[in-house]
Design a protein. Sequence first.
Lengths: 354, 243
Amino acid sequence: MSFVEIDDLSIDLGEFSLKGVSFSLERGDYLTVIGPTGAGKTIFLESIVGFWRPDRGRIALDGRDITAELPEHRHIGIVYQDYALLPHMTVYGNIAYGLKKHKPENMDEAIRKMAQSLHIDHLLHRKPTTLSGGEQQRAALARVLIVEPSLLLMDEPFSALDPQTRRRARLLLKEAIGERATTVIHITHDLDDAWALANKLAVFKDGRLLQIGAMDTVFSRPKNRFVAEFIGTGFFSGTVVSRENGCVKIDVEGTCFQSLDRADKGEPVDVAIRCEDVRVSRKKPSVANGFNILNATLKNIIPEGSSSLLDLGVDNLQMNALLTQNAMRRLDARRGENLYALIRKEHVKIVQAG
Amino acid sequence: MTFLLLFAIVSLFLVPDLKDVWHNLLSEEMGFSLKLSLVTGLVSTVLVMAFALPIGYALSRFDFPFKSFVKTILDLPVAFPELVLGLCLLLLFGNTLVGELFRRLSINLVFTKQGVVAAQFFTALPYASRILKSTFDYISPRLEFVSRSLGYSQMETFFNVSLPLAKNGILAATVISFARCIGTFGTVLILAGGTYMKTEVLPMTLYLNISYGNMGMALTSGIVLTTVSFIAIFIFERTEVDI
């Protein structure tokens, strides 16, 4: 039995809906949820915490069916994008608010300890409206973590923070969560959040859960074109033209890929290639040595902080490669230049046959 | 237009002799009228707020069948002529089942002081409900969601979160309700009657004295009513909902 079990969760609120969402999480799992705006991600969290009663389906936490339970009895914490700190209370009052319900003996000590661990002990007397976004975020986190919820839900908690504060917030959260092995479901638009914090990833669209799985699995083997494009993985449809010595050749609009995955000759397949797995070289390697070697034209360079996304034209296909800034400096390529895209055969994943 | 209106209001304070105003304020009729207005105004305001708070909260937070119909009915008195509202209330609380029910509870609302309270209540309730609905609309439901996720029931959340955050709106609604109650004329006239020294509230003093040709008393009532309105608007402006 899994720690969190959600089965066929469906709700229709007019503008937003959930349609038959099912999955399970183990204790200590950290799931990040991504999807376009209006995909039903927030409704999904608010249904789990109990603010919306589902039309259909079942939610179980630690073996207990909580579908019909009131939010106050579920012991599930939530942190919103705007932090939802109570504006008429101080930071101390906000952190104490949830704790008061449990009336622990050493409440004051617990609050100060929690505030110290999140570096907000000097802000306890302040009202939330006088705090910066990062400080509010830590206060909201302190308020929810101090009651030690069975499950922690977070709705884009870092979206209002600047990149540097966001990085610090991620580290703090990781420390705080790690100490307690809290199970977390975290909505984000930033895949860096997912890589930094999560071990699982879920992709939503139009109220449906399109895919859920281990981070690496979702990125390597996206279930469909939408998921692939959303997470930045290349996705191509082709046909297996040969199968020899455990290696299949797939023709995609005239470009041939070799993969170590299994498929039968003549079978139509979808192929996924992560942009991190595409290397780029000026010189053609003399020996293939397990690589697919493709002629590519550099169409565009999109800088993304510590890395750059290269837009490559490979025959009739468009493919992306993600290179670190060091690799970019070594490559020293210009737009329009002819290069070589190198992809290991084991990185060409057949995700869906037929 | 603004200057004309200002001039009209100022003239109310400039025309009468101050000695006359003071003398009229101390008269038995004015004393009765002031006392009745304040007492009925306070009782009506308390009743209005007791009903408007749950109504405003429910309209803001919950979806229920016929919600728009309920909103329309509640808003109707805002656009309704006061005299017609009074007539409707007179019919309702007259020789009907509802009137009989109230009389059995020793509450006679027709041509009595209790009728004054009823008339003021029904006139002010839509205003207070609208202000409180807007107040609760301003408060993010997420604050209540978070409170509930931290272990507080809906009722506890209302008292710990919604009510303290709505305090400015509640104060504004109270002040406006009181001003509406004190100033209501048409509804009171039809339901409670305009009986000298019986159901005579301030607007009725103004009306009765104009009828007798006693301009001094009429002007004094007008000054008192205008002062109450000014104070109410001043407090309302200072406490505009700011969540």
